[in-house]
Design a protein around this ligand. Sequence first.
Ligand code: ADP
Ligand code: MG
Length: 704
Amino acid sequence: MSEKINVAEIFGANVFSDAVMRERLPEKVYKEVRRTIESGAEMSLATADVVANAMKDWAVERGATHYTHWFQPLTGITAEKHDSFVSAPVNGKTLLEFSGKNLIKGEPDASSFPSGGLRATFEARGYTAWDCTSPAFLKEDATGKILCIPTAFCSYTGEALDKKTPLLRSMEALSDQAIRILRLFGNTSATRVTPSVGPEQEYFLIDREKYLQRKDLIYAGRTLFGASAPKGQELEDHYFGTIRERIGAFMKDLNIELWKLGIPAKTQHNEVAPAQHELAPIYEEANIATDHNQLVMETMKKVAGRHGMHCLLNEKPFAGVNGSGKHNNWSLISDDGINMLDPGKTPHENIQFLLVLACIIKAVDVHADLLRESAADVGNDHRLGANEAPPAIISIFLGAQLEDVVKQLVETGEATSSLKEGKLDTGVHSLPVLAKDATDRNRTSPFAFTGNKFEFRMVGSSDSIASPNTTLNAIVAEAFCEAADLLETADDFDAAVHDLIKKYLTEHQRVIFNGNGYSEEWVAEAERRGLPNIRTMVDAIPALTTDKAVSLYEKFGIFTKAELMSRAEVLYETYAKAINIEALTMIDMAGKQIIPAVISYTTELASSMTAVTEACPEADVSVQKELLLEVSALLSETKVALSALQGLQSDGVAIPDAKAMAHFYKEEVVPAMAALRAPVDKLEMLVDKEYWPMPSYGDLIFEV
Ligand code: ADP
Ligand code: MG
């Protein structure tokens, strides 16, 4: 029996949307809110009071009991503290209240959120400020219904302590500079340009009962031990495969929850690895897309629980099969409807597009280190550079058509033609002849042009998309600004723009690469071209605080130097803490579960040998003996590696400086973890499954 789902009716039901505001607010108030949303005009407290009251009535009618400022501290996840609408009782009765002041400003204690030294613990004050560009919504779960107000989070002195504030600043900077570019080409109608973002979210689903039997999944979100299952992804039979019933039921509920929140969930399919899936929404403004992606991740976890499953968002939950990423599709769309990344049918004639493209190529080349850093997180270290995800080297894929135009421009200074799209003939008469794109896809490029947008494919599955988009917006704003500075004062605009495009393309063509990004040759070739290859998160962090980065971010008011330094500090701390948790988890599992299990098994083997020999002295017990020798040797290797890891872990936590500590964990502790894992994974292949203290890879990813 399947009930009827009315998507149109469900969609946005839990959102205090523009339509709801228009319906519920007096005309004058509604207009003032729109002005604030569109141009950042200040809102009066009187208006905020009216909006707050309408919000409260709307929420309470739907059964809400509490409100919260909902924000995104540097933990990468979201934060909320609920306050009920209850006011001080009068004669035993309470009125429900929610004022403009409550709506606009909150004062959570900031001292327990990461700040990277921006705020001493005695200066605990932090503020949350209403971001009216992202609509308020109702979160529905076991807690009841909570009115969530998206907010920015900053310190007493105004420094950003969150991911939203810099993103909003970067969007404003980019819009200002993009408008200058549009004006150069005669556009007078656009007033705002918005980065539009569609993040494709990959994830794993496993059985919750089995999840609960693995301490590594519980504490670290990924397996720290585990021998490969006999089957992996080699048959390529999972990607786009039929969605099994249990997963389908999850996807159905997930979609409903997301649609209620106004999240345009669009595409769902099985991904490459067994137990791996993907969800892609329709693109939205960067800020809203970022908020919505946080909600997507949270809702996935919640709904998985309801279906007796657990959702793993870690970038590399299982060794040996593909990890998860988040393709960040990004384009620039003006409020008069122009996508600045749309080349049209004949890109060689589209000078505005070519200038935009040249600026982006320049920005990506100049700030490859920043882009790389923006996609760095602890889990992504296992993915980038492996044969499944874009390498750690930033390069741009343009595709045959644009590459040809760029080549013409660089070689002759003129582009006189564009490769045409073709026809796709299948050789079957009953099938339609399809128009074929002028350009094929390249799945190995970290930064690929895909028709009318760039797809930044490095981002990790568990990461917030705020940093990658803040970075993209900032570096492109800078390139636009430099181009506009030159072109606005040019005597002969046509000649100047032509020269500038040629100059940028010539100087930065080294970052364009259309070949196989997974190949060894590319690593060598990129080195010859002088492109940075930053292999790990820890090595990527210094990019944030170079003079180049500071001057970029300060120029556009996106980060101060102090904010950048604090973020670097938080990242070092985060890395060290995350690896420390992983190390402690391995120590715990090896010491309390694995070694005891192996000892039980060797005892069983030994007593079986004695029993067999007693019963039948001439029986051959060489198999038991061989096994006993092999298992015992691995057992002592395990114990040695465990002791080594224990020693390094206690040295690591004692290091006072965050950067030194992060390096110690990367260079000393991570290899010691690998050294402990190796004998344990071999043991898993030898020891009787009845004795092995946790579900295997096969149990986890093939028996969902
Ligand atoms: P793919 O084949 O790479 O999966 P899709 O067309 O399915 O491409 O799009 C993937 C994501 O890109 C979706 O989230 C989609 O909404 C988003 N997207 C499409 N067009 C744009 C655009 N102009 N700007 C930003 N994102 C876009
Ligand atoms: Mg896709």
